[in-house]
Write a protein that binds this ligand. Sequence first.
Ligand SMILES: Cc1cc2nc3c(=O)[nH]c(=O)nc-3n(C[C@H](O)[C@H](O)[C@H](O)COP(=O)(O)OP(=O)(O)OC[C@H]3O[C@@H](n4cnc5c(N)ncnc54)[C@H](O)[C@@H]3O)c2cc1C
Ligand SMILES: C=Cc1c2[nH]c(c1C)Cc1[nH]c(c(CCC(=O)O)c1C)Cc1[nH]c(c(C)c1CCC(=O)O)Cc1[nH]c(c(C)c1C=C)C2
Length: 414
Amino acid sequence: MVSELGLADAVLPVPGDHPASRNRFLYVAGALHKLPSGLGALLRTVPPFSRALLWSGLRDLLAPAGTEPDESIHAFALRRFGREVADIAVDSVCRGVFAGDCRALSVRSCFPLLFRAERRRRSVLLGLALGSGERRGGGGGGDPHTRGAESGLSRRARAERWSQWSLRGGMETLPEALAEFLRERGVELRCHQRLRSLRRRHDGRWELTLADGTVTADHVVSALPAAALAEALPAEAAVLAQELRRIPAVSVAVVNLQYEGAALPVTGFGHLVPSLEDGALLGIVYDSVAFPQHNGAAAASLRLTVMLGGAWFEQSFGDPAAAAPELLLHRAQAAVREQLGLEPAPTRSIVRVHQACIPQYTLGHWQRTEHIGRFLAEHRLPLSLIGASYSGVSVNDCIASAKVAVERLLGPQR
Ligand SMILES: Cc1cc2nc3c(=O)[nH]c(=O)nc-3n(C[C@H](O)[C@H](O)[C@H](O)COP(=O)(O)OP(=O)(O)OC[C@H]3O[C@@H](n4cnc5c(N)ncnc54)[C@H](O)[C@@H]3O)c2cc1C
Ligand SMILES: C=Cc1c2[nH]c(c1C)Cc1[nH]c(c(CCC(=O)O)c1C)Cc1[nH]c(c(C)c1CCC(=O)O)Cc1[nH]c(c(C)c1C=C)C2
């Protein structure tokens, strides 16, 4: 998509051999720990773990496969790899992707590859090593048709093992270029218009009520968060609305900090903090390590993003709509001082609370999405659901779900 939008030259890649790709850290028991990488490190005891991770791998190879239709990520990791991996490593990753609590999240829906690996091969590690036995393209990657021909950029990303990428003008360039691409092709965009209601007319078409008027449509592709769509649906879709409301989302406070003349004690992408260490503080991204191009005029700046809240937002900071920016800034600065040893005050800071921004695929999410799909099919509703609420929370997942929806409507594209 980046290539098709003409943005290939604006891509800032982070290749596999970059420190931001190689060095991964956890903050546990008051100290930063580099996660073991490579086989040798797996054979040694490396803190914060009290024994070599090899033992966790052996446990996975020997433990029987689970039989439940779904399980929390924590229960799954505990059963397969033991308590330390579940409480420290897996707990942290869930906070770094879903801002969520691995005791509530579903392994089947959040990590389908791991869930299927265990079911098919009895062991997660064996399943990952041998493959699931399916054709490539399952899960987040979508159907092979929807992936289209691989672009030169995508081949390069694979060859250089990019762990992440950004765009010279920041990620906002992506939706901006998409909007421009669509406008040039005659698509009418009505931005920043809240959908108030969706109603089926007698002729079967939808009527959408926006803040400034109505729109009629043969088919609606909704990228609204599930709960927001539920609010707009008509009374005859109450069953669907009820199911959509069961897909919750958590709020995250994002605090951007910029320092001049300060240095990090380590280099990497950033670090994560397990919930046992500190519920409120999810982790810190070292932005200027991966993307110094975004430092602007002060090229030697240190830029950090502190992420707070998630599933712990309300218990830590109260109502996300009313959380005081000063409190969040204070909390973020305290974490930077304590965890990274940076004493000076930042020269710039931005505090933003993103309310209900990451959907949570809690235990039984697969049943909810199945019920939703069945309702749409049985009632022949001309409505497709895409976006982060259903089948993957990352940007890539959202693009894949949009492609699947379009192919269902129009048939395979190119
Ligand atoms: C802090 C943070 C960091 C992230 N980092 C990454 C990352 O590194 N990599 C990655 O792949 N993903 C990342 N993500 C996830 C990424 O942001 C999501 O994948 C993506 O935004 C989901 O897109 P979406 O369109 O489904 O939902 P959203 O981006 O949430 O968009 C939903 C839109 O619907 C609008 N809306 C709600 N109600 C209505 C209504 N009634 N009428 C009209 N509009 C409405 C909202 O205003 C919003 O604009 C991150 C998310 C967060 C919060
Ligand atoms: C939906 C929200 C997402 C956030 N980050 C990602 C998504 C999709 C992408 C992502 N973040 C991490 C990974 C790697 C997981 C793994 O396999 O280990 C992915 C694919 C982990 C991560 N996230 C943050 C940090 C500092 C890290 C650690 C990276 C590393 O180990 O090197 C920052 C961060 N990103 C998000 C949150 C909520 C968050 C909180 C600290 C959102």
